[in-house]
Design a protein around this ligand. Structure first.
Ligand SMILES: *Cc1c(COP(=O)(O)O)cnc(C)c1O
Length: 457
């Protein structure tokens, strides 16, 4: 038996080895992410202003660029123990199938009912809302992963949960909607007549099937107008990346147990939360000059914020009620082609990752969706797990990197984030099987048109 095979298929941590603190990569960044700006005055948002929309403790985390470690409260660690530590899997079967000398590992976050990593932040946000004595929280959801995770977290802490779900998903994806209702959430299709911004959007665009940006505006309005409610968001924000650092900390602890040093770390990027979490401790070492890693963000060719967007202040939502955020963006009214089925549809990207990318500390690639689903199936057939389309963006690039190693003979160690399962995405798989999926890539002219609407800051 070779030295290699001593590494088990799954590296688990003991409960006692689970992280007790989140890691805040901003503390080690020389160039900090740009502050959120008030959309009216273009001045940096103060804590007091932000506390009208977000929970107090979460605002403190959002603005904290200094403290590298933040305690994970015991209540959250206890909840984490129900579905964490998540396994770090050595993809022996995939390696063999590919015939690659590369060593491939993936961190699997799909082992909970919500089916993705989003629960890691949902439970933290619900905890701080409860601790503040709030009645409930509002949010938006697209296909439903975030709404599902938040519903679970809110029911655990006995909080009211109001979810605005993009109308097209509400109608076409009833399963996640019903999971949310199992956990007691109140789910409204967006745009709706229940908010001023919803009414305005419906008046301007009758028959619209909604968008994430529009659902965000509605959720924020309801939070601001109802005493005892705050708005919570499942990605993009600094606080969300902080909570998701639990993924990277566990990954690093598992690798360290076997003295494994990754060469390449790969993750899919929608708003950037799973990738930001996975890479956090590795990026920290890189920023402190202790180690070097190649870090790759993978995004859809039909929603290419990093690879074809601009680094600028932009609106986070269509209704323009949220603070302005400096990020790689395609413009806040960008909506991917109707044929796009792979998720990761948000027009912008985490300000933390945007700054790191701008500083040349990480790379980004975009991939076409049929190639993503090919990789998803190749993976499912050897590793067993049916991956979410979002996660499969990372699988695609991990396979591509492993195949490059096959050509060069390099025995690189590749780690990627497998963010979730795809059981509720079978309509997308069906499109792929039936040859109804195309690889529409926006033209430069189209992207330039969306960019015209960026705010002048
Ligand atoms: C939401 C989601 C993503 C993308 O969100 P990030 O904030 O970029 O991590 C990726 N994978 C799955 C399974 C998701 O549900």
């Amino acid at each position: 038996m070779s030295e290699e095979k001593k590494i088990p298929y799954k590296i688990y941590l003991e409960e006692s080895e689970m992280p007790q603190k989140w890691y805040n990569v901003r503390a080690d960044m020389k160039n900090k992410p740009a502050p959120l700006l008030n959309p009216g005055t273009h001045e940096p948002m103060t804590a007091a202003e932000l506390e009208g929309v977000f929970c107090q403790e979460l605002v403190a985390q959002e603005l904290d660029n200094e403290n590298p470690y933040i305690d994970i409260p015991q209540e959250i660690r206890d909840f984490y123990k129900m579905y964490r530590p998540s396994p770090l899997v050595r993809a022996y079967c995939l390696e063999e199938k590919l015939g690659t000398p590369a060593k491939i590992y993936y961190k699997f976050e799909g082992n909970n009912t919500s089916g993705s990593h989003k629960l890691n932040s949902a439970i933290a946000q619900a905890y701080y809302a409860k601790k503040q004595g709030l009645k409930g929280v509002t949010t938006e959801t697209g296909a439903g992963q975030w709404g599902t995770a938040l519903s679970m977290a809110c029911s655990y802490f006995d909080l009211d949960c109001k979810v605005f779900m993009v109308k097209v998903s509400y109608e076409q994806k009833p399963f996640r909607r019903e999971v949310m209702r199992v956990y007691g959430a109140d789910v409204t299709p967006s745009p709706s007549e229940t908010t001023d911004v919803g009414k305005a959007i419906l008046a301007a665009h009758p028959g619209t099937t909604g968008s994430l940006g529009c659902a965000i505006s509605e959720a924020v309005e309801v939070a601001v107008k109802n005493p005892g409610y705050r708005y919570v968001l499942g990605s993009v924000l600094n606080q969300v990346l902080l909570h998701q650092s639990v993924i990277g900390l566990e990954t690093k602890a598992a690798l360290d147990k076997y003295n494994i040093k990754p060469d390449v770390i790969i993750g899919c990027a929608g708003g950037g939360s799973n990738l930001g979490g996975l890479i956090a401790p590795f990026m920290g070492e890189k920023l402190r000059g202790e180690a070097d890693y190649r870090i790759i963000a993978v995004e859809p060719a039909s929603c290419p914020s990093f690879t074809r967007g601009v680094y600028a202040y932009d609106f986070c939502d269509t209704g323009m009620v949220c603070p302005l955020s400096k990020m790689y963006t395609l413009g806040s009214d960008f909506i991917p082609s109707a044929n796009h089925a792979g998720g990761l549809r948000y027009h912008g990207m985490s300000p933390v990752l945007s700054q790191l990318y701008d500083d040349g500390l990480m790379e980004a690639v975009s991939v076409e969706q049929t190639k993503v689903f090919e990789a998803a199936e190749q993976f499912a057939r050897v590793e067993g797990i049916l991956p979410a389309p979002e996660s499969s963006h990372a699988i695609r690039v991990a396979i591509d990197e492993a195949l490059k190693c096959k050509e060069t003979g390099e025995e690189k160690t590749i780690v990627f984030g497998l963010t979730g399962t795809g059981y509720f995405d079978m309509v997308a798989y069906e499109k792929f099987h039936d040859g109804q999926m195309n690889d529409y890539i926006p033209t430069d002219e189209e992207l330039a048109e969306y960019r015209k609407h960026l705010p002048q800051v």
